[in-house]
Design a binder for this molecule. Sequence first.
Ligand SMILES: C[S@@+](CC[C@H](N)C(=O)[O-])C[C@H]1O[C@@H](n2cnc3c(N)ncnc32)[C@H](O)[C@@H]1O
Length: 217
Amino acid sequence: MKATYLDPRVGQYVLAHATQPDEVLEALAKETVEATGGDSEMQISPEQGPFLTMLAQIAGARNAVEIGTFTGYSSICIARGLAPGGRLTCFDVSEQWTSIARRHWREAGVADRIDLILGPAAETLAAWTPAEPVDLAFIDADKGGYPVYYDLLMDRLAPGGVILCDNTLRRGTVADPDTTDPVTEAMRAFNDKVMTDPRVTTVLLPLADGLTLIRKN
Ligand SMILES: C[S@@+](CC[C@H](N)C(=O)[O-])C[C@H]1O[C@@H](n2cnc3c(N)ncnc32)[C@H](O)[C@@H]1O
C-alpha cells in the first residue's frame, strides 16, 4: 500500500528513485489488479520491493518467514535476497490468492526455495518448528493478528534476527487521536507493544504505509 499520508509529489518522487520492478514483478502487479480488483491495494508498494531484497541480502538470510503472501509480490522480493541455500516459508489462508503466487514464483525462478503453509497463521505458525532459527520475518497479514505473530516469531527468531511489519502507519491514522476505528486502535497497541519490548531495538520507517524494522537484541 502506498504512502497516502505523504504529499503526492513526494510519494511519486520516492517511487521514482527506488530500483524499479523488473518484468516479472510488473506482470504480477498487473495480473493482481485484473484478478483481485480493489484487493490489489494489499500488495506492498513498489519501493518496498528492493528494500525487502536488500534487507534479506544484508542479513544474509538463510531462514526467512512471511506472514501474509497474497499473490506473491513481497515473497519474490525476499526470496531473491536469500543467501545461497536459504529458504522462505510463507503463511497465508488463501488457496486462491496463493495459487497466483505459486505461478509467479516459477516465473521468477524462486519456487524451489519457497514453502507455503496454508491456514490461519496463529495456528499454523504455532505448530511450526523451524529447522534452524529464523533470521528474517515479514508480517503483512490481518492487522489484529500482528501481536500473536510477533510473539510466535520472537520465540523462533535468532539473536540479531529481524522482524519487519507492514502498514504500521495505517495511512497516518495512528497519529490522529480522532481516529478510533478498531484496526487503527489495534495497530497503535501493536506499535506500543513493540516499542516497549526490552528484547528488541526498533524503528518505524515512514516507507510506503509504514514499515517497522525490529531487531532482536
Ligand atoms: C496485505 S495482504 C499480503 C500482501 C503481500 N505481502 C504482497 O506483497 O502481495 C494480506 C494477506 O494475509 C492473508 N491473511 C489474512 N488473514 C490471515 C490469517 N489469519 N492467517 C494467514 N494469512 C492471513 C490474506 O489471505 C492476504 O493474502
